[in-house]
Design a protein around this ligand. Structure first.
Ligand code: SAH
Length: 226
């Protein structure tokens, strides 16, 4: 047996190959940042889903994680990460990033070494507790967790150089716009189910600039906590 490293212990010889196939697929679909592709290669996505779904962990699809929620599709996680980081000097990574919708923590894990600090908010307490334990065991340390309504952002830590939102509101919450630092970016899916688009809003010295990146399909951003 070849040494596949601790990440993929116990799930068979095909894992390195299926991971590499996923990386190739993302590259073919326009993910060009090698650091992000490398994160997809090394984050053990099978440890973020139920055992029964582990054999599908390196497919490019969302999967159920319980609590009526999903782990995001790898392509979408990579795309959002790229939208957050492109054009930014890797030697000067974003200092503070807010993530709304921690879920199982896959996006958090992909992002962790690419930024200085992550502040992540999840509305379902149980999910947050499980995820905090998982990311702790995997050794991610630059993350702070909060149980709450991410629509309000995290005012005590604002402003943020980046904000990533993993669920879609009908319109962009004002609190999140207010918490983007000058030069910072908000990456957010917006709109009703079936008609969502992924937006990037950048704060400049003079105001906000908005770009539409692509059509997407996210779970809804819900008000309050679960
Ligand atoms: N980031 C995850 C995807 C999570 S799915 C990944 O990498 O796979 C979206 C998550 O957003 C769900 O866990 C859901 O509970 C959470 N969510 C929905 N509305 C929210 C809100 N208002 N505040 C915080 N989290 C919210």
């Amino acid at each position: 047996m070849t040494d596949q490293g601790p990440d993929i212990r116990g799930i068979g010889m095909t894992s390195a190959r299926t991971r590499e196939r996923l990386v190739q697929r993302l590259a073919d679909h326009g993910i060009s940042d090698l650091r992000i592709l490398d994160r997809v290669r090394s984050v053990p996505r099978h440890l973020f889903v139920d055992e029964a779904l582990q054999s599908r962990a390196y497919e490019d699809s969302a999967l159920p994680i319980g609590h009526g929620q999903t782990i995001s599709q790898p392509y979408i996680v990579a795309l959002m990460t790229q939208a957050l980081l492109d054009g930014i000097d890797p030697a000067k990574p974003p200092g503070k990033v807010l993530e709304v919708g921690t879920g199982c923590g896959y996006q958090t894990a992909i992002l962790s070494p690419l930024v200085r600090r992550i502040f992540t908010i999840e509305r379902i307490r149980e999910l947050l507790t499980e995820t905090r334990a998982r990311l702790g065991e995997l050794g991610y340390q630059n993350i702070r967790y909060r149980h709450g309504d991410g629509m309000e952002g995290w005012p005590g830590q604002a402003p943020f150089d980046g904000i990533l939102v993993a669920a879609a509101p009908a319109g962009i919450p004002q609190a999140l716009l207010d918490q983007i630092a000058v030069g910072g970016r908000l990456i957010i899916p917006v709109g009703p189910s079936g008609r969502q688009e992924l937006l990037r809003v950048t704060r400049t010295e003079t105001g906000l600039a908005q770009e539409s990146l692509c059509a997407v399909s996210f779970v809804p951003l819900l008000e309050g906590t679960g």
